[in-house]
Write a protein that binds this ligand. Structure first.
Ligand SMILES: [Zn+2]
Length: 346
């Protein structure tokens, strides 16, 4: 190849390359063009490898011209690349419509179930008096649910709890939280106990506005030396004040439970009619909140405590009932109906 030819060949290479570049509108074609015109075996690179065969005066001229062409092609490539990228972006903005003015979807914010909220308030009040929470099992034996609580088989008091029996003889879904009394006593005997035992209970009930087949109960147990009925009344009155307001009036009425002696119910003055009598309090002016009593000596003994030395009191209440009174809910079945329209009001 002579010197004149080298220069005109360079011109020819440049013209062809730039012409080809003009027509390119796709990124993949551009990439191929780069390999063909700036790659290791591109025509302009061939010129470089033939430089050694040239006349010594022409060699630098051809070399410089080849360098210029290479730089020119690189610059043209960069410009074309920019044009194609801009066109691609414009195209995707036009075709892939994203309306950023559309308001986003508001995610639903969860909250605690009204029964859980009420249970936590109850727990708070008792925590303030030094009570600890003790959790007990939901599937129980007949012995813990009844026998050890002074309710032997065939005792008529069993009718107070319509119990779900499992197919395993002697195994039931606990109908109340009281079996936990025996568990906590056996675990901590002979230490004194001040505990609340919350949990779900199950009853084979005829369901209506006041009865559900499942209910959340809170049990209360205090065991120690010289625990008196006065301690029971003071503690439960303090609870009523913490839960329903400092001004709330309470009264105790005799009742019957096999595992306490004596037994009673605590009522609070109806806060809807202030004691005058209304539909909620059945015109009595009082609302029953919980059942309570001094722990029966037999139950203390079954828990491991000597009833000659130790005494105690217990109480139990339905959390749904407390929630119904506080929020003026008239239908217990709403709590487990899973209707968000009801649940989101709390
Ligand atoms: Zn009332």
């Amino acid at each position: 190849m002579d010197d004149e030819n080298s220069i005109s060949r360079l011109n020819e290479i440049g013209r062809k390359a730039l012409e080809g570049l003009e027509k390119i509108s796709e990124a993949s074609d551009l990439e191929r063009w780069k390999v063909e015109n700036l790659g290791r075996s591109a025509p302009v690179m061939e010129i470089f490898s033939h430089l050694t065969g040239l006349d010594s005066t022409m060699r630098p001229l051809v070399g410089q011209a080849a360098n210029r062409l290479k730089q020119q092609l690189e610059k043209a490539y960069g410009e074309r690349e920019q044009v194609i990228k801009t066109a691609q972006l414009k195209n995707s903005l036009e075709t892939e419509t994203l309306d950023i003015s559309l308001p986003g979807r508001q995610p639903g914010v969860g909250r605690l179930h009204p029964v859980t909220q009420t249970l936590r308030q109850i727990t708070d009040v008792f925590s303030g008096m030094g009570f600890q929470v003790y959790r007990s099992r939901e599937v129980e034996t007949d012995e813990f649910s009844f026998g050890l609580l002074n309710i032997p088989p065939y005792h008529p008091a069993r009718d107070m709890w319509d119990t779900f029996h499992t197919t395993t003889p002697g195994v039931v879904l606990r109908p109340h939280t009281s079996p936990g009394q025996i568990h906590v006593m056996r675990q901590f005997c002979p230490e004194p106990i001040r505990a609340i035992l919350p949990g779900m209970c199950y009853r084979y009930e005829q369901m209506d506005a006041r009865h559900e087949s499942q209910l959340m109960q809170v049990e209360l147990l205090v065991v120690g030396r010289e625990i008196s009925l006065g301690n029971l009344k003071g503690t439960l009155q303090e609870f009523a004040r913490g839960m329903f307001g400092a001004e709330v009036r309470t009264r105790f009425r005799p009742s019957y439970f096999p595992f306490t002696e004596p037994s009673g119910d605590m009522e609070i003055e109806c806060f809807i009619c202030s004691g005058k009598g209304c539909r909620v309090c059945s015109k009595t002016g009082w609302l029953e909140i919980l059942g309570c009593g001094m722990v029966h000596p037999t139950v203390l003994q079954n828990g491991g405590y000597d009833p000659e030395v130790f005494s105690g009191f217990a109480a139990g209440m339905g959390v749904e009932r407390v929630a119904m009174l506080r929020h003026h809910v008239e239908e217990i079945r709403y709590f487990y109906g899973n209707d968000v329209r009801f649940l989101e009001q709390f």
